[in-house]
Design a protein around this ligand. Structure first.
Ligand SMILES: Cc1ncc(COP(=O)(O)O)c(C=O)c1O
Ligand SMILES: N[C@@H](CCOP(=O)(O)O)C(=O)O
Length: 462
């Protein structure tokens, strides 16, 4: 199994090398050279299996011979043992044929834990075997950061530097990143927005002297291993609702396009997915693009679903790669145009996108109203990101096809917005009850590549 870059100018890599590399050296993103297929019978055989066994069967073909079956099973078992729900990703019914997929039972209360806990174990095994170490740089709008710190904290062969936009994450999200006391995890509050943080991380990867000297690695969804780990819950949830005998649909609250792209991979593997619906908040660049208005950056408007306050949606590059028939030159040109503000998508590529994705947008008022109305109708208290998706799902779902809406974070991560909408203050789980008393450790830093690289060089502990 080989991995190729969306921009066509980087070496082909194995799964393990693609995982440890993060961003391709031509600035592109790695994708599998071929997407493995699962037959109708193989998908049907997932019924009744544990989440861990489903993860093994769905992900195994992507790994090639990088990890033995025994190693991979042990890694999966360790990755999910700390989850607070036996099913790992349980489904709750909201209405006839409408289900919520709860992806927030991991250690940091967001869907990021599904992939991050797994790749933490994969990194550790690979690095120990190689006798090597890495420096991870990650950008976060709130959830990736704490999930990465939790997955890698205390490890002797990894340092983790997380860039988050100062003042633009919820207090719970911030404290989850600033309170771990392990010396190898570092929170950096950047004077900028998430797109600035993500751009600086990509700049670090494109500065080969820095990249090579600190052995830079990435755990954002630029890392293909992150995306592949998220494919699993599309299979587990669809099968529990009757796939492959019947089709299902998904609505996904979307920012960096990693989660919905995992759904696209599941569909390409053979999972019978009817609709894949992209749900955006008021930062609706993806919805505008999928509606035929081109991909043009605007100013990011801070919202009550801050994790999706994104203009440069990293994995959309992967979606474009497939929509342009794997034409890496065309993708490279579009990404150059993006540096100058944006680009139009060709008619053929628009058609290909339309065959795979639908989209919708939810305003701030609609998000608050959905939290309130869902509590009244189904009794579920949902976080603002899930609420963005529930509203869009209700506009798109068909009466005869089950719609699975992804609940990507626990409401307790966004208590102010949830209380504003519902009158209920969602409590943190008991193991985090003292989060507000824990001492914070954070470095405020300019949105400046040289300053960031200097800080990282000076603070590597391993
Ligand atoms: C809670 C939450 N929901 C949704 C998203 C959007 O997911 P993606 O960036 O994979 O589109 C994010 C950020 O990634 C998030 O943290
Ligand atoms: N919403 C994300 C943004 C980064 O996304 P990623 O999936 O590329 O890591 C966050 O919470 O940090």
């Amino acid at each position: 199994m080989k991995y190729i870059s969306t921009r066509g100018q980087a070496p082909e890599l194995t799964f393990e090398d693609a995982m440890l590399t993060g961003l391709a050296r031509d600035g592109g993103l790695y994708v599998p050279a071929e997407i493995p297929q699962m037959s109708h019978d193989e998908i049907a055989a997932l019924a009744g299996l544990s989440y861990e066994e489903t993860a093994f069967r769905v992900m195994r073909p992507f790994l090639g011979d990088c990890f033995t079956d025994e190693e991979f099973r042990a890694i999966i078992a360790r990755a999910y043992e700390s989850f607070g729900h036996a099913a790992r990703a349980p489904l709750k019914q909201l209405a006839p044929n409408h289900f919520l997929l709860e992806l927030f039972h991991g250690p940091t209360l967001a869907f990021k834990d599904f992939a991050m806990q797994l790749i933490g174990q994969l990194f550790q095994t690979a690095l120990e075997r190689r006798g090597d170490r890495v420096t991870i740089a990650g950008a976060t709008s709130g959830d990736t950061g704490s999930a990465a710190m939790e997955a890698f904290r205390g490890l002797s062969n990894v340092d983790v530097f997380i860039l988050y936009p100062h003042g633009r994450v919820s207090e719970v999200q911030r404290r989850q990143m600033t309170t771990p006391q392990d010396a190898n995890v570092h929170a950096l509050a950047v004077d900028g927005d998430f797109d600035d943080c993500q751009a600086r991380v990509k700049d670090m990867f494109n500065d080969f002297d820095f990249r090579d000297s600190v052995k830079l690695a990435g755990v954002n969804s630029i890392n293909i291993a992150r995306v592949l780990a998220q494919v699993v819950y599309y299979f587990s949830s669809a099968v529990s609702l009757g796939a492959p005998q019947r089709k299902v649909s998904f609505t996904v609250p979307t920012g960096n396009f990693g989660d919905i792209f995992a759904g696209f991979i599941a569909k390409q593997m053979g999972l019978p997915i009817d609709q894949l619906v992209v749900a955006t908040n008021q930062n609706d660049i993806l919805h505008r693009c999928l509606s035929g208005q081109g991909y043009y950056k605007g100013d990011t408007q801070p919202s009550i679903s801050p994790s999706m306050d994104i203009q440069v949606s990293s994995n959309f590059e992967r979606a474009l790669f497939y929509a342009y028939g794997q034409d890496s030159k065309a993708v490279a040109l579009l990404m150059d145009e993006l540096k100058n503000g944006g680009f139009d998508v060709s008619q053929g590529a628009m058609q290909a996108l339309a065959e795979n994705y639908e989209s919708g947008r939810t305003s701030e008022e609609e998000t608050l109203a959905t939290i309130k109305s869902e509590l009244a109708s189904s009794g579920e208290l949902i976080c603002p990101h899930g609420a963005v998706a529930v509203k869009v799902a209700n506009e798109h779902r068909k009466a005869d096809v089950p719609m699975i809406t992804l609940a990507t974070a626990h409401p307790a991560k966004f208590p102010a917005a949830v209380e504003d909408a519902s009158g209920i203050h969602p409590p943190l789980p008991p193991r985090m009850a003292d989060l507000y008393e824990r001492p914070e450790r954070v470095t405020r830093i300019a949105n400046d590549l040289a300053a960031l690289e200097d800080h990282i060089r000076k603070n590597i502990t391993n």
